[in-house]
Design a protein around this ligand. Structure first.
Ligand SMILES: *Cc1c(COP(=O)(O)O)cnc(C)c1O
Length: 228
């Protein structure tokens, strides 16, 4: 399917989820995850109006960014970022979705030439395979980030377990929202924490119903290299 047709389907699903939860569709940002696909395919996403793109590896990010060379695109980094790679990517991204340790914050603070908007990655489900802070570590962590003036905590990010049980997925998203609310109530200047980066191809409708502001969609938007 061409990306434009996929965007239409996704947009329709967003509208439905917003109707159900009484939300405004304007609150939802679609981030196109291009990690599986070619530069040409990523460009199609841009032409279909998806101007937020994400990669999860440094190499992919730098390559896509250079080739696409479009100032209209906002670049998101959604993968684990090794501290030693920070200097190579930090000035090439607009948002980081995977801040999960102080050593990384320190390196970003040192290397970045601007204030970088960051999402804190939280491992709500507690699965061993997932990165991110445990839920009960998050508030202290965010508080400690005030020492790093190049870091702005704009929100929280999580990945739900890859399962069919909708109730369990929903519970994960809901817990992230509650945690977001807790941090927001602190009114910390360095952590407005308004956003929720949650929801992928198989669960973004549930995520929107539970408050997602940024959904990260790969396979159902641009496909994977195998499926096209
Ligand atoms: C790959 C990836 C996505 C997109 O996954 P799809 O299921 O293909 O939509 C979203 N978020 C993160 C962190 C990813 O690594």
């Amino acid at each position: 399917m061409d990306v434009e047709a996929n965007v239409e389907i996704i947009q329709r699903n967003i509208n439905e989820a917003c109707d159900i939860s009484n939300r405004d569709t304007e609150e939802i940002t679609i981030i196109g995850v291009t990690k599986y696909v070619t530069i040409e395919r990523a460009q199609e996403a841009g032409q279909a109006g998806i101007i937020n793109l994400a990669e999860n590896r440094m190499e992919g990010l730098l390559e896509k960014k250079e080739q696409i060379a479009n100032d209209q695109v906002t670049w998101h980094f959604i993968g684990t970022l090794q501290s030693r790679k920070v200097k190579n990517v930090v000035d090439s991204i607009d948002y980081l979705h995977s801040l999960d340790r102080l050593s990384l914050a320190k390196e970003i603070d040192k290397r970045s030439s601007k204030v970088l908007p960051c999402f804190i990655q939280v491992n709500v489900s507690g699965e061993d395979s997932k990165h991110g802070l445990a839920k009960d570590e998050v508030v202290e962590f965010v508080k400690a980030l005030r020492d790093y003036s190049n870091i702005q905590v704009v929100g929280l990010m999580t990945m739900a377990p890859f399962i069919d049980d909708e109730k369990e997925i929903r519970a994960v998203f809901r817990q992230l929202r509650e945690l977001r609310d807790t941090i927001q109530e602190k009114n910390w200047e360095h952590a407005p924490c308004r956003y929720l980066s949650m929801g992928m191809s198989h669960d973004y409708k549930i995520a929107i119903e539970e408050g997602a502001t940024h959904i990260r969609i790969g396979s159902s938007l641009v496909g994977t290299s195998e499926t096209r």
